[in-house]
Design a protein around this ligand. Structure first.
Ligand code: SF4
Ligand code: SF4
Length: 243
């Protein structure tokens, strides 16, 4: 498990031109809801705070030892028109840990499943690398890992959350845009943000019920995401232009 100190000492963020940042104000997630029941993990991403620095992308790749060029999360940049001319919008993307995930029923060997806490995970020992789940995900959130030969994607950093730590992307988010926690706990930061702000999910009409919520995801950006859906896997975080 990679700590922030290790990341800093490795110079990963210096390579991105980033300065060290103060400690995360976000508390580590509790392992049970106040009622004692299993949490339902989810994430809120405040697009107003994301600065597109890709610190989350780097920390995720290091934490999860991904091959070069493969990513479980990226921050995509979209060129969108504004009243004042061309503008840009950034969009952090990852597995949405959907409540109704179409990636699960297509698996012929039941290698991918949903934990009680909502995290959609993959049993690498069971996976045969057929890629059916990669095709079934409407968010391009999965890929076949070229090193392991099996399906790969964000797990909400189960290895960290299981010991009371935050997902690496949340821990290292420079702008404080990514917030992780228990959606069932009314006093949690994620639940409070959802109550107090207008939030949207990606491609809501798909019926997948994503559990990654965005603040500031307006219709224009949704349209851009829609137009490029299927052409932007997580391994390709580069800018797509207004077409
Ligand atoms: Fe499955 Fe894709 Fe939903 Fe993640 S975003 S749970 S991979 S359908
Ligand atoms: Fe299941 Fe692996 Fe095939 Fe995905 S690639 S459908 S997890 S066996």
């Amino acid at each position: 498990m990679t700590t922030r100190r290790e990341l800093l000492s490795l110079g990963a963020f210096a390579a991105l031109g980033l300065a060290p940042w103060p400690g995360s104000a976000e508390p580590a997630p509790p392992q049970t809801s106040p009622s004692g029941s299993t949490p339902r993990w989810g994430m809120v991403i405040d697009l107003r705070k994301c600065i597109g620095c890709q610190a989350c992308t780097v920390s995720c790749s290091m934490e999860n030892a991904l091959p070069t060029g493969a990513h479980r999360t990226v921050v995509s940049t979209y060129e969108i028109p504004t009243d004042k001319g061309p503008g840009q919008a950034v969009l952090p993307r990852l597995c949405n840990h959907c409540e109704n995930p179409p990636c699960i029923p297509v698996c012929p060997v039941e290698a991918t499943y949903q934990q009680k806490d909502g995290a959609v995970v993959i049993d690498a020992d069971q996976c045969v690398g057929c890629g059916y789940c990669v095709q079934a995900c409407p968010y391009d959130a999965r890929f076949i890992n070229e090193q392991t030969g099996v399906a790969d994607k964000c797990t909400f950093c189960v290895q960290r959350v299981g010991v009371g730590l935050l997902p690496a992307c949340v821990e290292t988010c420079v702008g404080g845009a990514r917030v992780f926690g228990d959606l069932k706990a009314q006093e949690s930061q994620v639940a409070t943000l959802i109550q107090e702000h207008e939030v949207n999910v990606l491609r809501p009409y798909m019926g997948t019920r994503p559990q990654v919520y965005y603040i500031g995801l307006d219709g224009l950006l949704q349209d851009r995401v829609e137009a490029e859906s299927g052409s932007r896997q997580l391994r390709t975080p580069n800018t797509h232009q207004e077409g």
